[in-house]
Design a protein around this ligand. Sequence first.
Ligand SMILES: Cc1cc2nc3c(=O)[nH]c(=O)nc-3n(C[C@H](O)[C@H](O)[C@H](O)COP(=O)(O)OP(=O)(O)OC[C@H]3O[C@@H](n4cnc5c(N)ncnc54)[C@H](O)[C@@H]3O)c2cc1C
Length: 341
Amino acid sequence: MHKKVIIIGGGTAGLCAAIKLKHFGMDVKVFEKRTKPGEAGAGILIAPNALKALEPFGIADRIIRAGYGKDGIQIVTDKGHKIMKLSVPDEYGNLYSIHREELNLLFYEALPPDTVQYGKECVRIDQDEQHVRISFHDGSEEMGDILIAADGIHSIIRKQLTNKDSYRFAGYTCWRGIVPSSYCTDWKDEFMEIWGAKGRFGIIPLPNKQVYWYAIVNSRKNDARFARYTVNDLENRFGNYREPIPSVLKASRQMTHRDIVDIIPMENFSLHRVLFIGDAAHAFTPNLGQGACQAIEDAVVAAECIRKFSTSLCGVRYAPQEESGGYFQAFLDIWKNYAVG
Ligand SMILES: Cc1cc2nc3c(=O)[nH]c(=O)nc-3n(C[C@H](O)[C@H](O)[C@H](O)COP(=O)(O)OP(=O)(O)OC[C@H]3O[C@@H](n4cnc5c(N)ncnc54)[C@H](O)[C@@H]3O)c2cc1C
């Protein structure tokens, strides 16, 4: 029987799920509230587990060609003394840094042109024994058999279905930016994190002679003083850290800021016809650099499960709890095929 999968959210998780479902020949539509492809923000690291999941689509190769590869991250003190290197074992390959905008475009371009509809903000979903109905901010509606909620950490679908505000503030706040690498003095293009009493500072080279930086400082939730911070304030704070931090901040014109939060673990990633993936399902803090990588793993595993279980998932009745449990076990079994190591 013809099954239609609706995906809400055209970020990493949503687009990757669409790529895999299209690959299986399934009818899939993505709805994204942004008005065009691309993603705001700075850089991102993609690790070998995500590349492995993307291998069958040729996308891993494109990330490798478009990214900047290194075999690990150096951790040093604010004075430049080495603490340790977090290395990726040789057999797994490199970590790749890439601009978020470029990564999102790369996924978007791997899909047939009419797959993603932009400027469509989901405001509510309703499900019954046959279908799931999605309502958008412009008054329009869409019907499908299965809904993949890939609408990120602030998922309104999670909020609606669990009836909970599930954020947990992590105790620190973060600024990010990008500068030309020509401004970086005394630095050998390493992926590097610098630890000191005034905070953590990350420097990651990007392709096209750019550098992505981030600064992390312990804080209170929604601290108004940090919300007002300018690049000058960061220069004052990190001015006595080792180069290239002072020169990177001096060269910075723009930056983004957000408190770091995760979410309370969900009891189930599937609620009847709705399956949560990526940050909508399990947003965590960025310390492992794995949020998008896990979103990619979710996407390909979820797509395989949907293909395998679409009959029971799209039956004439709600999947009862024990079926959801079986589905979750199958999810884990398929996931194991993608595990690195
Ligand atoms: C500081 C920082 C650094 C990080 N660094 C890394 C890293 O190096 N490596 C890594 O793997 N991960 C990293 N992450 C985590 C990573 O950014 C996320 O885990 C990843 O973006 C999750 O992808 P997603 O598709 O689930 O969600 P998102 O990327 O948030 O995408 C959700 C999409 O849904 C859309 N949307 C939301 N609501 C609606 C709605 N109602 N209707 C329609 N569309 C909607 C949004 O516009 C968005 O496009 C970092 C995170 C932070 C905060």
